[in-house]
Design a protein around this ligand. Structure first.
Ligand SMILES: [Zn+2]
Length: 203
């Protein structure tokens, strides 16, 4: 069994002080860094995803009020600080082998919609994992009820054993987070409490 770690969207705009802040986002950045440093040897690959918008159309509520379901305040605009990773993620980023950016011209919640450039070619996350023989992924980051959810569900669709490290995630709202956890569990995702200081990482 070969394991990968996927760190989802730990960017300024999704943390306290950003344009679409998720409570606990900075704590997630710190926790993910500590976890990654402590557990890097357990992973065959460690990657990050980033929401990466140029003009994502109606995903940004530029003409009215966002509904926080399909339309959102302007966030993660390429070239702005909001799109950068949080500085607290720096220690984790030293172990990150590739960043999969998504959503340049449309909404994109799942990291599997993203791509990275390898030797001049675009490579999607599923291909990246397949090329490395990854069979199991751990998913953490922001937000539990949106991009973590979509990434974990896609990982299952790709046939991967999928764990969500819940203590290294933050959700937008309790109701949608609960619904997302149910949906993920129903899809066969293992939702695990796991912290850097926690017990056995993987039963
Ligand atoms: Zn977005």
């Amino acid at each position: 069994m070969s394991r990968g770690l996927i760190i989802v969207d730990v960017q300024h705009d999704f943390c306290e002080g950003g344009s679409l802040p998720v409570t606990g986002g900075i704590a997630v950045a710190e926790g993910v860094s500590a976890y990654t440093v402590a557990h890097a040897q357990e992973y065959a690959t460690i990657v990050a995803t980033a929401d990466w918008h140029v003009d994502p159309g109606e995903h940004w509520a530029t003409d009215g009020e966002p509904d926080f379901v399909t339309s959102w305040p302007v966030h993660c605009e390429v070239g702005t600080e909001g799109a950068d990773f949080r500085p607290e993620l720096a220690a984790a980023l030293e172990h990150v082998q590739a960043v999969f950016r998504k959503g340049e011209h449309e909404a994109a919640y799942s990291g599997f919609e993203g791509s990275t450039e390898v030797h001049g070619r675009r490579l999607g996350l599923a291909d990246w994992l397949r090329e490395r023989g990854i069979t199991t992924v751990d998913v953490c980051g922001i937000a539990t009820d949106h991009c973590v959810r979509a990434t974990a569900l896609d990982a299952r669709r790709e046939g991967l054993e999928t764990h969500v490290l819940l203590d290294l995630c933050a959700g937008v709202a309790p109701r949608t987070t609960e619904a997302a956890l149910r949906e993920m569990r129903d899809a066969g995702v293992v939702v695990a409490h796991d912290t850097p200081a926690g017990g056995p990482a993987h039963p």
